[in-house]
Unconditional design. Structure first.
Length: 207
């Protein structure tokens, strides 16, 4: 009986050791440079591409004298509402539009004024409180209406994929375009494009 119990205990220990051996050792999470490819890389849009495209757009918009050297600073809306993703990769479009807007606002230093259409409902509630006498007018005074805009950001993300059946190698050409549209005439007053192509044995999953 004791021998039988000993055999069972030994088998259990071996099973536990076998199970433990199959679990990979954990690795410490480390910060990585957003301007370079990380430890997980694929053929899609990654952090270094988002940094590259938005930095380029900021420089190009600031160099456009018709936009940044007007006597009266133009009002613009930059959000993801009219920025379409038609590529094969799922992506949070606000990663690009938010970085573009914030970096451009910091660099423009008043040469462009940014209107938040996402905040229109919040602003409307506060305006109602002020006009109903529930609050005072604050320190900046009252306006006749919320700010109208001169230009709005639009654009799209497109991609073209190819895959080798024999090797499994994947290639993807990605094209990211931006425009500023005159919100009175519909004229495109500025446009630029950013493109790149990547290839390899892609096993990255984008979310």
């Amino acid at each position: 009986m004791k021998a039988k119990v000993l055999v069972i205990a030994t088998l259990c220990e071996l099973a536990l050791l076998s199970g433990c051996a199959s679990v990979p050792a954990s690795r410490a999470v480390t910060y990585q440079d957003v301007n370079s490819a990380g430890t997980v890389a694929g053929v899609g849009i990654e952090s270094q591409d988002i940094v590259g495209v938005t930095d380029r757009m900021v420089r190009d918009i600031l160099s456009n004298a018709a936009l940044t050297q007007r006597a009266t600073a133009p009002r613009v809306v930059m959000d993801a509402e009219y920025f379409r993703n038609e590529s094969a990769q799922p992506i949070n479009k606000s990663l690009m539009t938010d970085r573009l807007k914030i970096n451009l606002q910091r660099a423009a230093q008043g040469r462009l004024l940014f209107v938040s259409r996402e905040s229109a409902g919040m602003v409307a509630k506060e305006r109602e409180l002020k006009r109903d006498g529930m609050t005072d007018s604050g320190t900046t005074g009252l306006t006749r209406a919320q700010a109208g805009v001169d230009y709005r950001l639009t654009g799209r993300i497109n991609s073209l994929d190819a895959r080798s059946k024999s090797s499994g190698t994947v290639e993807r050409y990605t094209q990211i375009s931006f425009e500023l549209i005159d919100m009175e005439s519909g004229i495109s007053v500025w446009a630029d494009i950013y493109e790149f192509k990547k290839g390899g044995l892609d096993d990255a999953v984008y979310r």
